[in-house]
Each structure stands twice: as C-alpha cells, then as structure tokens.
Design a protein around this ligand. Structure first.
Ligand SMILES: Cc1cc2nc3c(=O)[nH]c(=O)nc-3n(C[C@H](O)[C@H](O)[C@H](O)COP(=O)(O)O)c2cc1C
Length: 192
C-alpha cells in the first residue's frame, strides 16, 4: 500500500511540508509506505511540450522520479500553500508533468496551508483538477493556517493543534480505507 505526498511550497521547511510529514506519520501507522516528494527540494523544469529548451539534467531526473513515484502509488496526496487564494504555480507545473495514467481511479487527498486564516479555496480548485485527471478526491480535506504550527529551535514546523491532529487521523483512515476497498487496485498486498 503505497502513498505519494506531493508538496508544492516555494519555501524550504514549509508549513505544508510539516503538515505532509504529520500526515505521513499517520499513514505509516495505518500500514502505508509513504514517499514525500517536496517540489522545493526536488525542483522540476517548466513543462516544455515541444522540447525546444535545454533543461538541466538533474531537474529532468526529478520530473521522471515524480512520475515514477506517482505511477507506483495506490493513492496520492497533494499539498499546497495558499497563493492568491489558490494552489501554487510550482504545484500546477508539477501536476502538468503528470497525466491521467498516474491518477485514474486512485484516491486523492488534498491538504493546504494558508498564511492568514484557514481557507478551502485552494482545495476546491484542486478538486476540479483532480476530476480532470480522473482521480477520486476524498471528501475529508485538511486546511491549516500558520498559527496551527509550532516551531522547534532548528526552525522546523510541527502541527500543534489537537483539532487538526484529529482531522489528519480521520483523513488518513479515509485514504487507507479507500485504498483497501478500491476495486480498481488489483494488488493482493493492498486488499489483504
Ligand atoms: C505568492 C504568494 C501569495 C500568497 N497569497 C496568500 C493568500 O491569498 N492568502 C493567504 O492566507 N496567504 C497567502 N500567502 C501566504 C502563504 O500562504 C503563507 O506564507 C504560508 O505560510 C505558506 O505556507 P508554506 O509555509 O507551506 O509555504 C501568499 C504567499 C505567497 C508567497
């Protein structure tokens, strides 16, 4: 049971990354094997459909790694910061490198962090994208704000609000239940 979490913040050690790590912990407790793909740590080139521009080999490899991880995943979680009331451009570019092949009939979880106050707008926008990629966006979603996080001495954020922790638990349970009962996933490992 493999889950890929894509993080689309333009910031290193972002709140979205911290939320993704917390989700990862919950999913691992449910028995999932989780990969976090942070698009800040592994930048990928702007989509170049015509292939006329030379791109750095390293970041081309990142794009392939993202596609392979998405291919292998039984469920995908998309994490975005709130940028101008929507998802980030970095995330959209990352998604543009993927196709229906990676999302078709897979459960998709949506998570988001906003600076000022919790917002579901970026998540609603992502739901429309998921419909177009034929992913199954699950009903429970997670929306945080900066104030929901504490910070360690080395500057790492961590989720610090009980309501959010509870929501992450419900969210993770829902993703795992959908993976285990997904008639489009045939692997015995998933259904056992
Ligand atoms: C380009 C840009 C646009 C932003 N627009 C919004 C916004 O519309 N609403 C909001 O609450 N915060 C906005 N913010 C603030 C971010 O949501 C905030 O910095 C948040 O901490 C980002 O999460 P992260 O740490 O996961 O990157 C914006 C930040 C940037 C860089």
């Amino acid at each position: 049971m493999k889950v890929l979490i894509i993080v689309g913040s333009a910031k290193q050690f972002s709140h979205t990354h911290a939320l993704a790590q917390f989700v990862r912990g919950n999913l691992e407790e449910e028995g999932a094997e989780v990969t976090v793909f942070d698009l800040y740590e592994k930048p990928i080139p702007f989509l170049d459909v015509s292939g006329q521009h030379l791109n750095d080999e390293r970041i081309k490899l990142n794009a392939s790694e993202l596609r392979e991880s998405a291919d292998e995943a039984d469920a995908i979680i998309i994490g975005t910061p709130n940028y101008h009331g929507s998802y980030s451009g970095i995330l959209k570019n990352g998604l543009d490198h993927l196709t229906m092949d990676q999302f078709k009939m897979k459960p998709v979880g949506l998570i988001c962090n906003s600076g000022g106050m919790r917002s579901t707008e970026p998540l609603s926008h992502l739901r429309i994208i998921m419909r177009n990629l034929l992913g199954i966006a699950v009903p429970v979603q997670i929306s945080t704000q900066d104030a929901d996080f504490g910070k360690t001495e080395d500057g790492t954020y961590y989720v610090d609000v009980d309501d959010i922790k509870l929501r992450v638990k419900l969210f993770s349970e829902q993703i795992v239940k959908l993976i285990k009962n997904n008639p489009w996933i045939e692997s015995e490992e998933v259904h056992s």
